[in-house]
Design a protein around this ligand. Structure first.
Ligand code: F0G
Length: 459
């Protein structure tokens, strides 16, 4: 089967969805209507949509068949029982609380565990995760290794926790003010970078010593498992499922956005081992999401998610996904385009600081690069830099080291030919980079501003 350097699709196409082919003139009008924010473009404006890999997956025929078995009972749906049994079997947690998507689980976890004045350490922040921690009165502390903030570092596990940083925080604030450590596998904003098994184990051992819980952000855990298989000695002959099971022996629970490695369009859950925490979570899920047997999902959504989680354990599925992302990354590296290295699991990240060194960070180089790529080609990408990072409590911008544009590959949706188009468009933007200026805010919302902010070009 190994004829190609990049693994060919382990599936064939049964249904197609036409996409919009637009002119430059149409795109100029569209980006102005969208306030220079790619989040505000509509599908009819977009040719290849690399905004996100979240909820944009193509489901399998088996998942679509599962939709027909939706049991829409208000309580006790058999699809929930299947989802619960699947998570128990494949992830190994005892209790499952369904939620409408990942942030629903983050909301509940943050509310049941955080007291005002607490600290939550994490291996780099994620937008919604940190927002829920802060809304509940916690301060987030970044404990990822320094290499994660350096786009050039080729460290194979750039998502790793720096144990010294974790120890230093425990010494500084005391273990009783750290309700849990949040470990993301993989780390989205570091570039989709994995955490090694050895590091997960070491974090858990240190946490146990101080009676601190470890909660994983499981959103892209299958990508993480595949990187462990490819990169960590001793795991090359293990199955994805075996690796996932071992990863979760180093956690007390997890939040999951099924919209990524669950290969569905909506859904998520909170999984826990502690019965008392589970009781607290179920008493909140009824307030925010719905009955503990559906949590904001329909029966058919839960069936698709259960089946998606099982499919995600297939090595061919995940190896092909990583190969597609690597393919795009390699094309850009060959052309001398500055990207985050090594290439991560779900996306290729352009380094906007190096792309537009003449645009200061508070004139939003990554936001502008995403807009330019759209104008060039109809390819939609996403800013992951200063706009995503938001403002601190005193109203100043956070200035993240990484100022990136994310080209995110949905699962099972695009072909290698689409990725060729993306690579050519990025190269064209790179050629024209010196003529581009920055942006300023026209409208800035108070939280998670990147979703709905509007801009205009600085003349
Ligand atoms: N954790 C991580 C690491 C994520 O990437 C996301 C979502 C969430 C949690 C929240 O999950 O969207 O289901 O509520 N990331 C999307 C993205 C939005 O485009 O990266 P959700």
């Amino acid at each position: 089967m190994d004829y190609n350097k990049y693994m060919a699709e382990p599936y064939k196409i049964k249904m197609v969805e036409p996409i919009a082919v637009t002119t430059r003139e149409q795109r100029e009008a569209a980006i102005r209507r969208a306030g220079w924010n790619t989040f505000l473009l509509t599908t009819d404006d977009v040719y290849i949509d690399l905004l996100t890999d979240s909820g944009t997956n193509a489901m399998s025929d088996n998942q679509w068949a599962g939709l027909m078995l939706g049991d829409e009972a208000y309580s006790g749906s058999r699809n929930f029982r299947n989802l619960e049994a699947t998570v128990r079997e494949l992830y190994g947690f005892k209790y499952v609380v369904p939620t409408h998507q990942g942030r629903g689980a983050e909301n509940i976890l943050s509310q049941i565990m955080i007291k005002p004045g607490d600290y939550v350490p994490g291996n780099m922040y994620f937008t919604t995760t940190r927002a829920h921690q802060e809304l509940n009165g916690a301060t987030f502390r970044d404990i990822i290794i320094d290499e994660a903030h350096d786009p050039e570092s080729e460290h194979p596990f750039k998502g790793n926790v720096d144990l010294d940083k974790l120890q230093a925080l425990i010494d500084e604030v005391g273990a009783e003010r750290i309700p849990y450590i949040c470990v993301a596998v993989t780390v989205n904003l570091a570039g989709g970078q994995p955490v090694s098994m050895a590091n997960l184990k070491a974090v858990y051992e240190l946490a146990q010593k101080y009676n601190i819980k470890v909660m994983m952000d499981a959103t892209r855990c299958v990508e993480n498992a595949c990187f462990i298989k490819h990169r960590e000695p001793g795991y090359e002959n293990k199955t994805i499922q075996e690796i996932i099971r071992e990863m979760y022996t180093y956690a007390d629970g997890c939040t999951m956005s099924g919209k990524k490695d669950g290969i569905v369009n909506i859904g998520g859950f909170l999984a826990l081992n502690d019965e008392e925490l589970y009781q607290k979570a179920t008493s909140l899920v009824v307030v925010y999401e719905g009955m503990p047997s559906y949590g904001g999902m329909t029966g058919r959504d839960m069936e698709a998610l259960a089946r998606g989680i099982r499919e995600s354990m297939d090595y061919n599925f995940i190896a092909h996904r990583l190969a597609q992302v690597q393919y795009l990354g390699d094309k850009l590296i060959e052309a001398g385009i500055p990207v985050v290295k090594p290439i991560g699991g779900h996306a290729v990240f352009l380094d906007a600081r190096q792309f537009y060194p003449h645009i200061p960070q508070d004139e939003f180089p990554a936001q502008m690069l995403a807009a330019q790529l759209y104008l060039e080609s109809g390819v939609r990408s996403m800013e992951r830099g200063i706009i995503s990072a938001g403002r601190d409590k005193s109203g100043n911008h956070y200035y993240p080291k990484l100022e990136l544009v994310r080209l995110t590959i949905p699962r099972r949706v695009y072909t290698y030919a689409h990725l060729d188009v993306v690579a050519e468009a990025v190269k064209e933007c790179y050629k024209n980079r010196n003529n581009v200026k920055g942006l300023r805010f026209v409208y800035e919302p108070p939280v998670l501003r990147f979703f709905t902010a509007r801009f205009e070009p600085i003349e």
